[in-house]
Design a protein around this ligand. Sequence first.
Ligand code: JFZ
Length: 600
Amino acid sequence: MKIIKICLLWAIFSATSVCSLAQELTNERAKWFTDARYGMFIHWGVYSGAEGVWKGERHRDGNNYAEWIQYRNRIDQKEYLTLLDRFEWDRIDPEKWVILAKNAGMKYVVITAKHHDGFALWDSKANSYNVAQFTNPQRDIIRELAAACKKHGLKLGLYYSHWIDWEHKYGWDHTKEITGLSNENYDRYWQEKVIPQMRELLTGYGPISIIWFDMWINHSQTVVSKDQLMQLKGLIRELQPGCLINSRLGLSLQEDSDIDFEELGDNQLGNMSRNFPWQSPATVADSWGFNRLDTEWKSTSTLLQSLIGNVSLNGNFLLNIGPRANGEVPYEISQRLLEIGDWLKVNGESVYGCGAFTLPKDQHDWGKITFKKTGSGACLYLHIFNYPLDKQLNITGILSKPAKVYFLSDKNKTPLSLNHITALTTIKLPSNSPDPYDPVIVMEYSAFPDVSEGLAAKNIEGGFSLTPYNLNVPSENLKISERNRLGTVPPHCIVKEKTIFKWKIFADKPGIRAFDVSYSYQGAKLKNMIVLKAGQKTINYSILPTGKTVVEPGENYLADNYKSNRIGSIDFPGTGFYEIILEIDPEENEEINFQWLWLK
Ligand code: JFZ
């Protein structure tokens, strides 16, 4: 047991991606979760009746979170409840949401059983501020949803706002930062409402697969105590040992590592592969609860690529719907969900049960790779977000030759024409993409494929973009500056002393290749040199001042100029691996900003 915990801790802290270990390190309880990959979040409650507007005024916060309207627009509770008059109870049917989730290819549903407003969507005996008290005939949305999930084979998760509760006299609400709230009184809320309500949810509704807490800061920064959180967690472990708990419970890993998955920030997608289960909660526009002022709908491709991007890093994607007060799911949401669902009906094999492969996350500029072990072999799924104009798909870094290559949508598995030399696999694509969003190619391997580490990939134009981000051996000492000045200044490496950059590429044919370098130099010295070495040859190139560029006309708004310079050509006499070495040694430590080396 202890060993498992140490492993888990290690996995949480380790930032590296060792995909073959991913499933082993995932705890047993979360196995279904990491297989499922895609779930539905539902934000629905009294606030849905306001639609993000109160007495003609929009929700008072930049983030559009319509479920916060009671707090933001300072609505007192009695008036808030009048929103229930807008609900069309005979049209509200949670089974419809579950059917949508099912058709969307989602494997689990997480609903706001109680959001920050403190209003329970079930017939709570512990607290009368609940849906049954305000409906006739009485409704229990959680019971209805649980039955529908069971009927359609989806797992059920419950969002429960444990920290914030605007209904209970002693619950937390941010204005209590002004008025104060004693620990004793907060514990009254905890023992009178949180614990009994959680007990109800965990005993009366069949298996609960996730409790989704929502305290995004550590308890030490607010009124909740560690003991209270441990009590709550203990209750879940006791009553439903199979239930997963997300990281927004509010305990730090140092205090307690026994959480089941990490929840990233709202709409925060993964940026690195992890071996510990994790998930991004996301919206289709901005708000979680229905907001009629929402307009910035993400496209189907954007959402699908977010899902695939997360899966390619061992992550899950929890996509939200905010049904209206009549139970309807906004068309802009259901349409996108069903489009993704149709795609998953054909391509689900590349998502469910899949995870990260060992290559770096941004290795290929045409898309993402998801991975699955199959018996003694393995499958790589190539998700082509950007269909190459020359119909050549380059996969850099895999040393094994695939046994079979075909489109996942092709039931006959017609082999695609394939060329494999050492570390480069090239697939000839048909002129028309078989899918408008993400055509998927399966590469089947008879054993776990060998990978060549530290290779820079051949990109979609057939060249190599060599940057501080794809060095052969990553270096922590480099001073990297992200893009700035509205992006006019690209990401670059600030070089003040002698610096050697090394990359490795695989040349799939011999030939002469031209080298360009992009840099900015704002000094005035004329003797600075770039030294480039590749394939036994050296090129010396003078660095000259690059001057400025105008960002906006007429505003005297200037930025350093980054320019591409042809520095020469080098013959690569044979097929094989080449090391490319670039040396910059600034005179008198005067800053030279290196952006990239391009060869083709
Ligand atoms: C919380 C809720 O307040 C919100 O209403 C919604 O339910 C969402 C899913 O979760 O909002 C958050 C949570 C975390 C952060 C920001 C807003 N965060 O980590 O920055």
